[in-house]
Design a protein around this ligand. Sequence first.
Ligand SMILES: NC(=O)C1=CN([C@@H]2O[C@H](COP(=O)(O)OP(=O)(O)OC[C@H]3O[C@@H](n4cnc5c(N)ncnc54)[C@H](OP(=O)(O)O)[C@@H]3O)[C@@H](O)[C@H]2O)[C@H](O)CC1
Ligand SMILES: [K+]
Length: 491
Amino acid sequence: MLNILSGTQVKVLDRAYISSENIESWQLMERAANQFADWLVQNFPDFGREVIIFCGPGNNGGDGLAIARLISETYKCVMVVFFEESGKCSADYQTNWRRLPNSVSRIFWRDFQSETVQNPIVIDGIFGVGINRPVEGVFLEGIRIINRMIGDKIAIDVPSGIPADDCLKGEAVKADYTVTFQFPKLSLLFPEHAAFVGKMLLKDIGIPEQFLGGMSEGRLYVQYKDIPSMHRRFNQFSHKGDFGRVLLIGGKTGKVGSMVLAAKATLRTGSGLVFVSVPSSEKQILQISVPEAMVADNSELRDLSKYDAIGIGPGWGLEIDPDYFAEILRSVKRPVVIDADGLNLLAKYPRLFDFVPSGSILTPHLKEFERIVSGVACHRDRLEKAMEFARKHQIYIVLKGAYTSISCPDGSQYFNSSGNKFMATAGSGDVLTGVLSSFLGQGYHPKQAALCGVFHHGMAGDLAGAKKNRGLIASDIIESIPETFVQMKLQ
Ligand SMILES: NC(=O)C1=CN([C@@H]2O[C@H](COP(=O)(O)OP(=O)(O)OC[C@H]3O[C@@H](n4cnc5c(N)ncnc54)[C@H](OP(=O)(O)O)[C@@H]3O)[C@@H](O)[C@H]2O)[C@H](O)CC1
Ligand SMILES: [K+]
């Protein structure tokens, strides 16, 4: 897992690493520039295109100059647009300015005429994580020039104007791609910044994780390689009881499809026995749609202790008696998964939070979360509120969306890297409820269940999305769940 450090910590990290390795800071910059240049050459192989690199006065600009040198023999025409005379810029900027070959043209920003270039590759190296105030003056002009140009736009580390850890105030470069170094900067994961960041690419510049770990602020980025070791292993003597007995509650008339999806996802994630509680009018639909599931009648709801996990809320409706919900929560002696109308009921009757078992996993999307906490200013604020909430109630908050965040009662916060925009489709959340309930039922600790569940759900969405594109529906995600286990060689 990658630690997400704050922008101000990046300098501290660089210094610590540079002194321990006994290297010069420009050498670390060279690694970053090499990573960027390699990616560029591989992904933009039309070497006849003009490459225009905007370089601000700090090390982000220094990266830009190093990249200009590294690609100068590959691309026919490379141009650097600068804002300050080199003597006023950072030391590593100056080093790279001196090393620029003559083949790279250098032009002062005011003299640059964007109309004279046709479909260029535009590289934004005006500001990176060192930005400490809203941009104005010449740099704002530079950002506006980039945004007016037509071509592919690639930001170095962070789109200029966006603070590393906070929400944008003012203007910023609208990039098609952001190539960020070592770990994703927190603000690149905010939904408000999607139009500025474009597609995010993560490039390792070789600083070992233990260096970052020492400075950890408890925010971590979860990747594919982190997941297999988190899973429980089963052996050939495992029986269906070991894989868990899961109960799902929800699905009012007209919304029973949500229970169908959740039940199928629970089964596809490996649960041995799945019971579903739906209104009697809906039982038949459920039985026909998911023959592997069992319909729980009222007598089976009397003793909730016999279930290894319970998922509550998809399609439940807001008409549910809050005392009935409180009764369920009170009588369950273990963590539950709460989604959709379960969350809306909690928002409507906040006293119910007192009964939510500790370790439970709540899975709001942004709107559902705002109904619970109200008054959210921006994603940074949302993340802080999720963290406070998780701590206060000793629960896990899975805030759904791109880079779903998982806020834990121990103060840690994880960001998921799998998934795609095609998953923003009806029923996708019901599938997640099923996946999470299944892992809880298989005996996973709620934190593992949340991390694995969110990752597998996103990965199944990626596998399905590769074939179905925008035609992806929630059932496609379910059908791809088994492949996630196959690819990870999990048994
Ligand atoms: N480990 C890594 O990830 C590495 C990253 N590298 C790259 O370095 C940048 C960060 O470089 P840094 O020099 O710290 O910062 P910037 O280039 O973003 O900013 C430069 C200076 O600009 C000034 N500043 C800040 N905000 C503004 C503003 N709104 N208007 C004008 N000027 C501004 C500020 O100085 P002040 O004294 O004026 O406050 C900044 O110092 C990182 O993003 C990567 O691209 C390295 O290559 C090495 C490894
Ligand atoms: K930048």
